[in-house]
Design a binder for this molecule. Structure first.
Ligand code: SF4
Length: 442
């Protein structure tokens, strides 16, 4: 568990000397607890204090880097079970699995590299590819790895043959692929491979009753960067193991188990596989490997990652300003909304769908949606009236009409008085915007 500020404070000199740039030792302890400072910023902490704090601050889940440079995936080093307790820091990778006996490897790899989407103002994409040596043939495996290595993708190498893996590693070892997978029968040869090529190693957890034994043996053999493959014979069992490992790691209750996990989706029904993937993403899998490669299957997985791996204390926001959607004119409508990203991009999407160019006046409501902002007094007549002035929208249009969301119809009279604008009440839901603009506005 992460150390609390008071536990840290007990091990500091308590002289409030300010050498660390903080007014008191307690202020420094609070920053350390929030991971906003480093212990070596205090020059006077005793050796005993250092030992206590450094020992206790070893991350409960080892941080593993797969891939190299800007193309790397960092997984692990999480500190909480539930996102509302703090935040989740390292988003998992979705690894699309390509079999090396596929008809057209180049096209299959290209398809994975093109799984890119733009959602609520952010680019999201698949950035891991798993190459499976299904053929058992070294030259086919190498050809597939070569194709994957030429793209900007992190690689998982999957083979039962250490010879074939070694041949593939000659091609891509500098890009630090994840080698999959050591098990209780082959672990010594796989550990040697990981050590020789300085690559992370996946470890198959076949015996959930004795989960820490194999990772401990491999660590003792000199391989530190491990990823536990916990895929079991059923969906529910896999979920149980994922949850157990996270809980045991955070409590430091089972030495040797503190590593990130990986899982595989199974089954022939793609929608069942998508359900598996989003469940594993939500419950602690660091990599989810899937054979699905269609955009409609991958987008829900990436969307889940995007939703979960944000800081729940900081809503995703867009800049509060006047946006022009399409080729606006002096006759274009002016809509008001809030700066919560999901709200803004939903409104923007519907305005685009209407094919009627419009201005969107975005009010700073600290990233809250329309009803929440209204209830919290963040979407007020004053705020909208002030935005209509500061945005200088009046210089760009001939009319003086503003459309407010239907949910805040109650403020229309007050806003008309405060702003001097004619206030029109728009639809409650953004989905009603196209019809509203085409009928009521026209
Ligand atoms: Fe306290 Fe160390 Fe900071 Fe001085 S430098 S205020 S002793 S934490």
């Amino acid at each position: 568990m992460a150390l609390k500020a008071l536990d840290i404070f007990k091990n500091l000199p308590k002289t409030n000397c300010k050498k660390c740039g903080n007014p008191t030792c307690l202020a420094f302890a609070m920053k350390l607890a929030q991971k906003k400072a480093s212990l070596d910023e205090c020059p006077d902490v005793s050796e005993a204090g250092k030992a206590a704090l450094e020992g206790a601050s070893v991350p409960p889940i080892h941080l593993v880097t797969i891939g190299s440079g800007s193309n790397s995936l960092k997984i692990g080093n999480e500190t909480v079970m539930f996102r509302h307790e703090e935040t989740f820091y390292h988003p998992p990778g979705i690894a699309v699995c390509i079999k090396d006996d596929a008809d057209n490897i180049e096209a299959a790899v290209e398809k994975v590299a093109n799984l890119k989407f733009h959602r609520v103002g952010t680019d999201i994409k698949v950035d891991v590819i798993a190459i499976s040596n299904t053929s058992g043939d070294s030259s086919k495996f190498k050809a597939a790895v070569e194709a994957a290595n030429s793209k900007n993708l992190t690689i998982v190498l999957m083979s039962d043959s250490t010879e074939n893996l070694a041949a593939a590693l000659e091609i891509c070892a500098p890009n630090k692929p994840l080698i999959h997978a050591a098990n209780k029968n082959n672990w010594e040869a796989y550990a040697k491979l990981a050590k020789d090529y300085k690559c992370p190693l996946a470890v198959k957890i076949d015996d959930p009753e004795n989960m820490a034994e194999l990772p401990a043996k491999i660590k003792n053999a000199g391989v530190e960067d491990l990823v536990l493959d916990v895929t079991a014979d059923s969906f529910s069992k896999t979920l149980q193991i994922l949850t157990a490992i996270r809980r045991l790691s955070l409590k430091k209750a089972l030495p040797g188990i503190g590593y990130p996990c990986m899982t595989f989706t199974t089954g022939d029904d793609p929608y069942f596989s998508v359900s598996q993937a989003v469940t594993y993403i939500s419950k602690y899998s660091g990599i989810v490997v899937t054979e699905l490669d269609e955009p409609e299957h991958i987008l829900p997985m990436l969307t889940t990652i995007m939703n979960i791996f944000t800081d729940p204390r900081k809503p995703i926001q867009v800049e509060s300003k006047l946006y022009e959607i399409g080729a606006v004119t002096e006759e274009s409508p002016v809509l008001v909304t809030t700066n919560f990203s999901l709200t803004y991009y939903t409104v923007e999407g519907e305005v685009e769908a209407s094919r009627i160019p419009a201005f969107i006046c975005v009010i700073d409501t600290e990233g809250t949606s329309v009803l929440t902002a209204f209830a919290a007094d963040k979407l007020t007549t004053d705020a909208i009236a002030a935005m209509l002035i500061s945005s200088k929208i009046a210089d760009k249009i001939k009319h003086k009409k503003v459309i407010i969301p239907g949910y805040v119809a109650a403020m229309s009279g007050g806003l008309q008085e405060d702003s001097g604008w004619e206030v029109l009440v728009g639809p409650r839901e953004a989905s009603g915007i196209p019809k509203y603009l085409k009928t009521v506005w026209k």
